[in-house]
Design a protein around this ligand. Structure first.
Ligand code: GLU
Length: 479
């Protein structure tokens, strides 16, 4: 059996973190099994669906590196891939269900349905449809009404039996008899509903595995009924766990950014996003936290999902981003940094300087945007802030002597940068000629040259700092 999986977003908003995770799992499963990944646009809610959202969602998927094999922009033999273009197909199967008595026309008005619900509530019963149209004896009357131009809904006759689902994540799930009553599959305005279209499409698109969020578990019983009524094969289901925030409530905007485009704007790395999203409810067979999509193509399987809710943790995502950043090649990082604003100084430097700078600073960076900030703070800052730790070092007896020695040295440098050898010789002089050793030596020289009490290794940092800057800084500190 060749695996065919799908991601079926509704284009009613931006691509959500949860949707991206679902898309990723489907994509990975197709890649891991040599299967096909389909993108289907579920746009039968004509009022809320917008083609701009479809475009934006596809664009975000591409940014994440999640590529579909078939979809509205990649026609295949199972198209069209937009539900709004498949209405005739849904009507064909609805008519078939009517012919077989598995569905019926329903002319009940909103008021009648509401009254039925109220009556059921008053009698302490579940609000299960009990309209007269359920009775096959009224079929002929229904046809007359249609001939007279009235527009009925089409209601599915829910079989009276229990259903059991063997879910790949949740295990065995039983839906007791009578849990759902007859439900509408095509509204009186001619538009079919999600539970119905989804099954017709999954059947015709030969979907073998449905991997989607746990929030759809309740829909699945209706879908199982429809598969059965259509004599269709039933795909395997994997309902992945809910995403929750720190307060254990369902992930929503109040927990922070929930749409992928916001992370994209914040310069998160797409590889890091995929890595982190994958970890939300799935674990690597070697319990690894950091991996690439390509690593997952070899090991992704449906038996490593967790049935527990997954907590969305922005701090962990940032950490994962930093880890991916550190794994990037220096050359790729330089290219990304130069696309950032305020990197004129960086861009003007030699290739050797850029390489050394990126190598030195990447351990302090979680985001590409951190590089220009780090360059400003650690290399270009001419006016050191007199923090308490810096004041303390300045107050040591040895520091003023070191400072005036360094000032003299820096003033006499004629080249654009100090070399590591020059810096070493200054250190040696402080040690030998002034007799300063250990902490007072290292901290004193650091404070004099950088205006910081801690930071990257001086022998790498100072040769990256233009002498003009060092000079201004040392003069500033000597005041
Ligand atoms: N359009 C549905 C959604 O966006 C798809 C659910 C499914 O995968 O069956 O939630």
């Amino acid at each position: 059996m060749t695996v065919r999986v799908r991601f079926a977003p509704s284009p009613t908003g931006y691509l959500h973190i949860g949707g991206a995770r679902t898309a990723l799992y489907n994509y990975l499963y197709a890649k891991a099994t040599g299967g096909t990944f389909i993108l289907r646009i579920e746009d039968t809610d004509l009022e809320r669906s917008k083609s701009e959202y479809e475009t934006l969602q596809i664009d975000d998927l591409k940014w994440l590196g999640i590529f579909h094999d078939e979809g509205p922009d990649k026609p295949g033999k199972f198209g069209p891939y937009r539900q709004s273009e498949r209405l005739e197909i849904y009507m064909k199967y609805a008519n078939l269900l009517i012919e077989q008595g598995k569905a019926y026309y329903d002319f009940c008005t909103e008021e009648e349905l509401e009254a039925m619900k109220e009556k059921a509530a008053a009698e302490g019963r579940d609000p299960i449809y009990q309209g007269k149209w359920k009775d096959p004896a009224f079929h002929a009357e229904a046809l007359q009404k249609i001939a007279a131009g009235e527009k009925p809904a089409i209601r599915f006759r829910a079989p009276k039996k229990a259903y059991t689902l063997n879910d790949k994540v949740k295990g065995s799930v039983t839906y007791p008899e009578g849990m759902v009553g007859d439900f509408v599959i095509v509204r009186s305005n001619g538009l079919p509903v999600y539970n119905y279209c989804c099954v017709v499409d999954d059947m015709l698109m030969e979907i073998t595995h449905v991997i989607r969020g746990e929030d759809h578990l309740n829909n699945t019983v209706r879908q199982l009924m429809i598969y059965e009524a259509l004599n269709s094969k039933i795909p395997e289901f994997a309902h992945v766990s809910l995403l929750i925030g720190h307060d254990r409530q369902k992930l929503s905007k109040r927990h922070g950014a929930t749409s992928v485009n916001l992370y994209r704007n914040e310069h998160y790395l797409p590889e890091a996003m995929c890595n982190y999203l994958c970890l939300l409810g799935w674990s690597h067979p070697e319990e690894r936290d950091i991996f690439n999509k390509e690593d997952l193509f070899k090991v992704f399987s449906l038996d490593r999902f967790s049935a527990h809710a997954a907590m969305y943790d922005l701090e962990k995502l940032k950490w994962v981003n930093g880890e991916h950043l550190k794994k990037m090649s220096t050359i790729d990082l330089i290219t990304l940094i130069e696309k950032e604003p305020e990197t004129e100084f960086f861009s003007k430097q030699s290739q050797d300087w850029k390489n050394a700078c990126v190598e030195l600073l990447k351990k302090y960076a979680s985001f590409v945007t951190d590089f220009p900030k780090l360059v400003n703070e650690l290399i270009l800052n001419e006016n050191p802030e007199m923090t308490d730790p810096l004041k303390e070092i300045m107050a040591w007896e040895t520091t003023p002597k070191i400072l005036s020695f360094i000032k003299e040295k820096v003033d006499s440098v004629e080249s654009e940068f100090v070399t590591e050898a020059e810096l070493n010789s200054w250190m040696e002089s402080v040690k030998k000629d002034m007799g300063v050793k250990g902490k007072p030596l290292f901290m004193g020289v650091r404070a004099a040259l950088t205006g910081h009490d801690h930071g990257p290794d001086l022998k790498f940092l100072i040769p990256l700092t233009p002498v003009t800057i060092l000079r201004n800084r040392v003069h500033q500190l000597s005041k």
